[in-house]
Design a protein around this ligand. Structure first.
Ligand code: NAD
Length: 316
């Protein structure tokens, strides 16, 4: 039976991943952690919870030893748009935190899963069907930390035999926790505003196409990759994964099938637009499909139907 420590567990992914893993592995075998706890939630109350700031290696080591942890899922990070407002803090948390996690994992024989991102790519990367192995010259601090993080995880596997794994998530869409300051956040906000006001003002421009994924598929990706046969993994820490690719007009058209009067307008944030323009339009995730049977279930139509159904319940 696994004993899993999740860092950054109160964010967009952790809020749902912890609950799913507690169902699968047993509540006491999944230790949620974050650097602060502002209020009680089902994540903090349904199983063990520890205060762990990933910048503090001792706090990570204490939690690992106290709970006999054998697997760390490292979700603590500053995301792309927030990262540009605080590049040095982003470096400290994304790189310093990851380094601490890997060192504690090496000393305590833990496996480590750390999500990477489509932010590892940059303006000189091929935009369509971006290959698994290609040019990676990102132009954001977030992207710089994600490329360096992939390499650092590969290094810990090669040099110290730490079982490191990770996938390059696209924008994630979910209906529980709000997203934490990423470039693709509009694709979550648009559903809330469609239900509340039947209109949305988008901070990205018409025609800005990016890869996206619905949260249930993103959760399955972590679990499937952690459970995969290591002998079959060639790209341990850097798997392209995607489920769909659309622009703001594409998601609006899908929403209009349910809310015909929905109106989309634009008020472009040039700083975030610049980040979006530097990322791929669509990814080739054939290596993940081949090496660990990655196979997302939701497309834009089924995700939109589920998002609107779930959010209606939440907002009522
Ligand atoms: P999020 O911002 O919603 O959550 C991250 C959590 O980490 C937050 O609760 C934050 O308080 C916490 N945190 C920040 N600094 C910390 C520190 N020093 N110590 C401990 N906790 C700290 O992010 P998320 O969307 O849940 O992302 C999790 C991982 O997935 C990140 O590595 C992110 O880069 C990656 N990812 C997310 C997306 C997405 O669309 N959500 C896309 C690609 C990759």
């Amino acid at each position: 039976m696994k004993k899993i420590l999740v860092t950054g567990a109160l964010g967009q992914i952790g809020t749902e991943l912890v609950m799913k893993m507690r169902d699968m592995y047993g509540a006491n075998n999944v230790i949620a952690s974050s650097r602060s706890k502002r209020k009680e939630t089902e994540v903090t109350e349904s199983g063990p919870f520890e205060l762990v700031d990933v910048v503090n290696a001792q706090q990570i080591a204490d939690a690992v030893k106290k709970h006999n942890v054998d697997t760390v899922v490292n979700l603590a990070a500053i995301l792309s748009a927030s990262g540009e407002a605080n590049p040095s803090g982003t470096w400290d948390i994304n790189m310093g935190g990851l380094y601490n996690i890997l060192e504690v994992a090496r000393e305590n024989n833990c496996a480590v899963c750390t999500p990477s991102s489509i932010a590892v790519f940059g303006p000189s990367t091929p935009k369509e069907q971006t290959p698994q192995d290609t040019v990676m010259r990102p132009t954001t601090m977030y992207g710089v930390t994600k490329v360096a993080g992939e390499l650092l995880c590969d290094y810990y596997h090669m040099k110290f035999n730490v079982d490191t794994r990770g996938m390059r998530y696209p924008g994630l869409i979910s209906n529980k926790a709000l997203p934490g300051g990423g470039t693709t956040d509009y694709a979550v906000h648009i559903y809330y505003e469609a239900l509340k006001h039947k209109k949305y003002e988008c901070f990205l421009d018409k025609g800005t196409r990016m890869d996206m994924m619905y949260m249930p598929d993103a959760l399955n990706a972590v679990i499937q990759l952690m459970e995969a046969d290591p002998a079959k993994l060639i790209h341990r820490n850097a798997f392209n994964v995607t489920a769909m690719s659309f622009d703001p007009e594409g998601i609006a058209a899908e929403i209009r099938k349910h809310i015909p009067e929905f109106e989309l307008t634009y008020n472009v944030n040039q700083d975030i637009q610049k980040i979006a323009n530097s990322w791929p339009d669509s990814l080739d995730d054939s290596q993940a499909r081949k090496q660990w049977n990655w196979n997302p279930k939701y497309d834009l139509a089924s995700m939109t139907e589920d998002m609107l159904t779930e959010l209606k319940k939440k907002l009522n």
